[in-house]
Design a protein. Structure first.
Length: 343
């Protein structure tokens, strides 16, 4: 079992008394500490035009993380590929992988928020087709001395991308997906499917079943069975819940519940929710890995046994939670929980 830290959202709630400069500085310090504590990776979420400044610029941020570290992998979870131009992405990812000296994990997703596509001058409809063409372009750009591309959405004359990534043939491509089309893309182009924190374990079991079917269809194997969960560890479960509750619901309600009409969301009982007001700590509690070390171990074992999870991304940094509390959770989790699965 491997453990990553993040993905970081880098949100700044109204009235927090901090600046975004503070939030980014704290994140970089935490990533350095995560490397020292033995976490395998640190990753970032991408979203745009949010009042709280949720991280809109992943690759520059990833480059800063890579420059501050030497061993921990740096990743995106997820880079919203259809919002970006493919050749710019190809060059930026290659540069980040060089700064990281081959430690970059390129996590991608299709995106879903209408205002993000409108703000970038891109159509939301057809994003899946654009994404698939971009994946072909990226892989050719990273693996060929020169190439050209002629598709429905993109026309690229003979050109060459340099520098190439350090990793050969290219950085691993991990996919955030919740639909059959996404699972198929993950199996065809990627090396791992990453399960979202918005889904209950019952949904994840079905997602991975479909994904495995596609892997067999394409004759491929995945690098990891990766799940993102909100994680928080303290000396007692009561303390862990008290310190993390508000920050977790800020994310679950604001990042997922708010867009429930655009992308359906179910509570722990499998009932569809209509909006952010329906998302509460208790009605979504079963998808959080929160508690004392023993409780966290039991929850992780459940995901390992039920969906085959062997890589847990620990979303442990919540808006409004003091950095010193996050650091304490990171340290306790690394000391008491991780050794149970890595020894």
């Amino acid at each position: 079992m491997k453990f990553g830290i993040g993905p970081y959202t880098l949100q700044l709630p109204q009235g927090s008394g901090q600046t975004h400069a503070d939030i980014y500085r704290e994140m970089l310090d935490q990533v350095v500490m995560a490397e020292e504590l033995g976490y395998d990776s640190a990753s970032l979420v991408e979203h745009h035009f949010q009042e709280d400044g949720e991280c809109p610029s992943l690759l520059p941020t990833a480059a800063a993380m890579a420059a501050r570290t030497s061993k921990i992998k740096i990743g995106t979870a997820m880079y919203l590929l259809p919002l970006h131009r493919p050749m710019q992405t190809a060059e930026d990812v290659a540069v980040v992988d060089n700064i990281a000296n081959g430690r970059f994990i390129f996590g991608v997703a299709a995106g879903y928020r209408p205002e993000e596509f409108a703000g970038h001058g891109e159509e939301r409809s057809g994003r899946e087709g654009r994404m698939e063409e971009q994946l072909d372009i990226l892989i050719q750009a990273w693996t060929k001395d020169s190439f050209s591309f002629s598709g429905k959405h993109y026309q690229i004359p003979n050109t060459s991308v340099n520098p190439k990534p350090v990793q050969k043939p290219h950085p691993p491509i991990w996919f955030g997906a919740s639909t059959k089309g996404g699972f198929r893309r993950a199996a065809k182009w990627g090396s791992a499917l990453v399960a979202s924190p918005r889904h209950h374990i019952n949904e994840l079991a079905e997602h991975y079943r479909v994904y495995e079917d596609y892997l067999r269809q394409y004759g491929r194997k995945s690098d990891a069975t990766t799940v993102i969960r909100q994680v928080y560890c303290a000396e007692t479960t009561e303390k862990a819940e008290a310190e993390s509750r508000d920050g977790i619901i800020y994310i679950q309600a604001g990042m997922y519940g708010r867009w429930a009409k655009t992308r359906p969301l179910k509570d722990d009982k499998g009932q569809l929710v209509s909006g952010a007001d329906d998302v509460t700590f208790q009605t979504f509690r079963e998808r959080f890995i929160i508690g004392n070390p023993e409780q966290c171990i039991r929850e992780i074992e459940k995901y390992r046994d039920r969906v085959g999870m062997d890589y847990l991304m620990c979303m442990m940094q919540f808006p409004g939670v003091e950095s010193k509390k996050t650091v304490a959770s990171m340290k306790l989790f690394a000391k008491e929980v991780m050794p149970h699965f890595t020894r």
